[in-house]
Unconditional design. Structure first.
Length: 245
């Protein structure tokens, strides 16, 4: 496997909004679902590229809580597609020592999809390589609201500390076992985060790439990693460097 070379730091946690499947398909006279099918190859290449680069965590937006607003035919396809991708690819990912995780909520999600997500988690739970998280039926605002509601329940039961901190909230998030996002990538040229990992991306570096997801590959990922390596992450701090001194 070809290994890229970078002059700076590599992000530990990379999050990706895999956008542009529909536009890719329509531009070729195909239906949107054909674009989703084409995106599977891109995803597998990016996973392999992340492993080669030394990324520890890769989280992708596979189906949002807002995606239920799409046409019934597309929603039905996406449900079947997420299930079938897991069936086709989980053994290969297991061979790559990838640990598969699911982040999302159960309401409305097809039981057959949940079954495959849970089965993939169980199959790969002891793997020690890349942690690959599929966000299926996930929304950032919903995650935070549910965390607040659960904290209120625990408060009534005397289980909540008197002072709420970042670490307190983190324990109630669906992503509580994941570190904050270092690099947030979105394909297709759109420049928005679309309710994805809102809390976790507070200090992420953003890279928006003008390439539709089915055309995305490891080289694009590595380009984003290279851009990240050049960034100066100050986390609110400032550097006083007057020009000429």
């Amino acid at each position: 496997m070809k290994k890229p070379k970078f002059s700076g730091n590599i992000p530990s946690h990379v999050a990706i909004v895999m956008d542009g499947n529909g536009r890719w398909a329509n531009a070729r006279g195909l239906t949107r679902v054909e674009g989703h099918r084409a995106g599977e190859t891109a995803l597998m290449d990016v996973i392999e590229g992340a492993i080669a680069a030394g990324v520890k965590y890769l989280t992708v937006f596979a189906f949002s809580t807002e995606n239920w607003k799409r046409s019934p035919d597309e929603v039905k396809f996406l449900m079947n597609y997420n299930r079938e991708v897991l069936l086709r690819r989980r053994d290969q990912l297991n061979q790559w020592n990838v640990k598969i995780r699911w982040v999302g909520t159960r309401p409305k999600l097809w039981p057959s999809v949940i079954d495959q997500l849970v089965a993939a988690e169980k199959l790969t739970k002891n793997n020690t390589g890349l942690v690959f998280t599929m966000c299926v039926n996930y929304g950032g605002r919903g995650e935070i609201i549910e965390a607040i509601n659960q904290m209120l329940v625990d408060k009534d039961q005397g289980k909540l500390p008197a002072k709420i901190t970042d670490k307190t909230v983190q324990k109630y998030l669906l992503t509580k076992d994941l570190p904050d996002v270092d690099l947030f990538i979105r394909s297709s040229g759109e420049q928005r985060i679309s309710n994805f990992l809102l809390w976790q991306s507070a200090y992420a570096e953003f890279v928006f790439m003008d390439v539709l997801w089915p055309d995305f590959n490891r080289e694009h990922l590595w380009s984003a990693l290279s851009e990240y390596s050049k960034r100066n992450r100050r986390f609110g701090k400032a550097e006083d460097k007057p020009k000429g001194r």
